[in-house]
Write a protein that binds this ligand. Structure first.
Ligand code: FES
Length: 96
């Protein structure tokens, strides 16, 4: 679901209906997550608590993307905010 939301947003950006998110970093960030726990991924790139939302999107057209971790362990999250596998990194930052 998160990937569908993000894909729709990317299309809106390409069509100039929405602004580009800020690139928080051009590298993934490893974070320990817990199976079944709900998290809120920052889609705007302005959070100081990457890769998660800290409310910095307030007043913008961005919203956090909710997702539930499928398994416990280290996950590598997107910080460039352009991954095709949001909230996870797919290496897109290498082409930016
Ligand atoms: S701070 Fe980026 S989506 Fe909330």
């Amino acid at each position: 679901m998160a990937q569908v939301q993000f894909a729709v947003r990317r299309i809106a950006v390409i069509l100039n209906f929405m602004e580009e998110p800020k690139i928080a970093a051009k590298k993934s960030i490893p974070v320990e997550v817990e199976e079944g726990k709900k998290y809120f991924f920052c889609s705007c790139g302005s959070s100081q608590n990457q890769p998660f939302c800290d409310g910095a999107h307030s007043g913008t057209e961005f919203n956090p993307i909710a997702f539930t971790a499928e398994k416990s362990g280290i996950a590598y999250f997107c910080q460039c905010k352009r991954s095709g596998k949001v909230p996870y990194c797919d290496g897109t930052h290498n082409s930016l």
